[in-house]
Design a protein around this ligand. Structure first.
Ligand SMILES: Cc1cc2nc3c(=O)[nH]c(=O)nc-3n(C[C@H](O)[C@H](O)[C@H](O)COP(=O)(O)O)c2cc1C
Length: 366
């Protein structure tokens, strides 16, 4: 049967039902206070985008004091952040969307200038492939355990702040992906080695969050997982590795998997001759358990027809990023058949975009 955008979707692990198949993609706004706490501008920005969308996924939020990848990053690293985060969650929920927050640690993508002079840390001492990358310090066995506990604490803060769920950021080259990647992880303990061992860190993070759900009795707290399907580094993550990881994680408390893509129809970035959509390969290689978990597609969805095509191509839910910056009420416009704007044509206040973010969205202005 054809999937409809405005029909509900059940998340099987938490038992939560989403009212439709539309979510706002997580997008870093770099608009928090210097210590990562929430600003009024952020609350207004997210509140303005909540409503018709089933879930608003709040941007990447650092879970430990030295985990920032950029200035103005939002933080969920201390209990003192909970009060501001609670206002943010409320602004989203009061408008009728589920509030999800994305949890990340920069790992080797961090910089000492962003993290109080401290060297970045990583699975191993391998530098990222970019000009200004610093050589990370490899986490000791004890520090790995502490880092897993930090993810659990961050999830607890999200629960206490009233969020409906968290999205584990296993994508975009941050720490969780670094543990999965054969480029950045050359460890020889239980967290490194073959692909099964490299997925151990991600699985432990998931289990830590599940244990926190149990402890706080938050059985219907949503847990999503975002991943980058492949890596250009050599050696790097292959789609085969990714499918093994997803088929394994399907047995954990994951409510949805979220592809991190800039084009939902994309084929391989490693073998550019191979143009078969990754979502088609996903369906060919998924286990029965994975088939029961909704999968979110992202990248280049602006019009209703794009969203419908993404569903037809094999995704269960669409995540919409840039179109939500330009059209705060994107899902409502789609529902009503109103035209979608491609460019920002007005003042910052009209779009409720925080000041620091306004400066970086020039490419979306008319
Ligand atoms: C300004 C900006 C910030 C982003 N920040 C994040 C982020 O914090 N976490 C994440 O997983 N993806 C991030 N992304 C990727 C988006 O979630 C999304 O996958 C991408 O923009 C493609 O979707 P779109 O074409 O609908 O924008 C960001 C994208 C943009 C444009």
């Amino acid at each position: 049967m054809t999937k409809q955008l405005f029909e509900s979707v059940k998340l099987n692990k938490s038992g939560v039902t989403l009212k439709n198949r539309i979510v706002m993609a997580p997008m870093t706004t770099m608009s928090s206070f210097f210590d990562g706490s929430v600003t009024d501008e952020l609350i207004n920005y997210y509140g303005a985008r909540a409503g018709e969308a089933a879930m608003i996924i709040v941007e990447s939020t650092f879970i430990e004091d030295y985990g920032r990848a950029f200035d103005g990053s939002l933080g969920i690293n201390k209990d003192t952040q909970i009060e501001g985060l609670a206002e943010l969650a409320k602004a989203i929920k009061d408008k009728g969307s589920k509030a999800i927050i994305q949890l990340y640690h920069a790992g080797r993508m961090g910089k000492s200038t962003l993290n109080k002079g401290r060297k970045p840390i990583g699975a191993s001492t391998v530098k990222a492939l970019r000009d200004d990358a610093e050589e990370p310090e490899a986490l000791t066995a004890e520090q790995v355990e502490e880092m897993i506990a930090h993810f659990g604490d961050a999830a607890r803060r999200a629960m206490e702040a009233g969020f409906d769920g968290v999205e584990i950021h296993g994508a975009n080259t941050y720490l969780i992906q670094q543990f999965f990647s054969p480029h950045s992880n050359t460890r020889d303990d239980e967290f490194g080695g073959d692909v099964e061992k490299r997925l151990t860190f991600g699985r432990r993070v998931i289990r830590e969050i599940e244990a926190m759900k149990e402890k706080l009795g938050k059985h219907n707290f949503i847990v999503g997982y975002r991943f980058s399907p492949e890596e250009l580094e050599k050696p790097g993550i292959t789609f085969q590795d990714t499918m093994l990881m997803l088929n394994t994680f399907a047995h954990e408390c994951i409510d949805y998997f979220h592809f991190s893509l800039n084009d939902y129809k994309r084929g391989s970035i490693i073998d550019t001759e191979d143009i078969e959509c990754l979502i088609h390969k996903y369906h060919k290689n998924k286990s029965t358990a994975l088939g029961e978990i909704p999968v979110i597609g992202s990248g280049g969805i602006w019009e209703k027809t794009d969203a419908e095509e993404a569903l037809e191509t094999g995704f269960d839910i669409v995540s919409v990023g840039k179109a939500h910056i330009v059209n705060p009420d994107w899902a409502e416009k789609i529902k009503n058949g109103d035209p979608i704007d491609r460019k920002i044509d007005g003042e910052r206040e009209d779009y409720k975009i925080p000041r620091p973010f306004w400066n970086s969205v020039g490419f979306l202005k008319k």
